[in-house]
Design a protein around this ligand. Structure first.
Ligand code: PMV
Length: 310
């Protein structure tokens, strides 16, 4: 008789501030996006081996399949359990290579599936650790910010190697997320920045300090519900990301278009050099802002809201 499938979910995420600097110990602020999800279905069978089906990708690349198998192996090593015999079906509404945490979302959903299958802890700490190991194996120098936000499913202040802290958000937030149409590679942008920083550590330390100051302003603005201050700090964070040379012409054009359309603030989100940007707005103004970003060349836009949190 076929056994019931085990089903787990994990959201996407956006980084509000502190990306890249977080790799060097600066705090980052990160928000889960539950409207975009990865779903893993695991069905055990008596046929030896595991079959993987990426349901939304008719022709997955070798790299994509390798990532799934590598994540499975790393998570199972962490659990000290064997690869089960069965079928793994993966559905995802998280756009790939767009800075919204598609691989971390998959790693968390897989960690939840295997942990449940083997009766291991599904506490956020345990899932975060397993998923982070999977991300680290695949992408090298990952700070863990994505897996933390996704495993906890709450807005967080994240410092590398520390327990994440819940962010206080006094007032619900509305963002337009816009995709530049260009896929970014997190590991290559992170590695390129690491090489440039090694050649001129003082210059980069100064930029990272500037980012830390903006992240502190954002944290205070979130706690006080001061959307104007939050928007200004996001825009300043984008300027510092330009100084780090991780933005590109398309992202800069979308950020400018967001300002011209009346956004409270705008910045790239995630690794940059492609992927997405985010613009802070209000519920009322979000549709017009989304239309302005599409007119400025965004491949797609999404309006997302983040609820208040004590
Ligand atoms: O996965 P992305 O594109 O959202 O980037 C993650 C954030 C970085 O700071 C650029 C890298 C990291 O590991 O923290």
């Amino acid at each position: 008789m076929p056994r019931a499938a085990l089903r787990t979910l994990a959201p996407a995420k956006i980084i509000l501030g502190g990306e890249h600097a977080v790799v060097y110990g600066i705090p980052a602020l990160v928000l889960p996006l539950p409207t975009l999800q990865t779903e893993v279905q695991l069905r055990e069978t008596n046929v030896p081996g595991i079959k993987v089906w990426l349901a939304d990708l008719p022709q997955p690349s070798e790299t994509q399949m390798d990532f799934v198998f590598s994540a499975c192996r790393t998570i199972l090593e962490g659990l000290d359990r064997p690869m089960p015999d069965g079928t793994l079906i993966i559905h995802s509404s998280v756009p790939l290579a767009s800075g919204l945490g598609s691989s971390a979302s998959l790693s968390v959903a897989l960690a939840r599936a295997f942990s449940r299958l083997y009766g291991a802890s599904t506490d956020p700490e345990a899932i975060q650790a397993l998923a982070h190991a999977a991300e680290h194996a695949a992408h090298g120098r990952a700070s863990g910010v994505d897996t933390a936000a996704i495993a906890w499913g709450k807005p967080l202040r994240y410092v590398r190697h520390e327990a994440p802290q819940r962010l206080r958000i006094a007032q619900a937030l509305t963002f337009v997320v816009a995709f530049s149409g260009e896929s970014g590679s997190t590991s290559s942008v992170v590695m390129d920045l690491a090489a440039r920083r090694e050649a001129d550590p003082e210059r980069y330390a100064q930029i990272f300090e500037g980012i830390a100051a903006q992240v502190a302003v954002m944290e205070r603005a979130l706690a006080e519900g001061d959307l104007v201050a939050l928007g200004l700090a996001m825009t300043e964070n984008h300027r510092l990301l330009q100084d780090l040379d991780v933005s590109n012409a398309t992202l800069d054009r979308l950020v400018t278009a967001a300002h011209e359309a009346g956004a409270l603030g705008a910045k790239l989100t995630g690794a940059g050099r492609g992927g997405c940007m985010i613009a802070l707005t209000t519920v009322e103004k979000a549709p017009a802002l989304a239309a302005a970003l599409s007119a400025a060349g965004a491949a797609w836009t999404r309006i997302v809201t983040v609820p208040a949190q004590d």
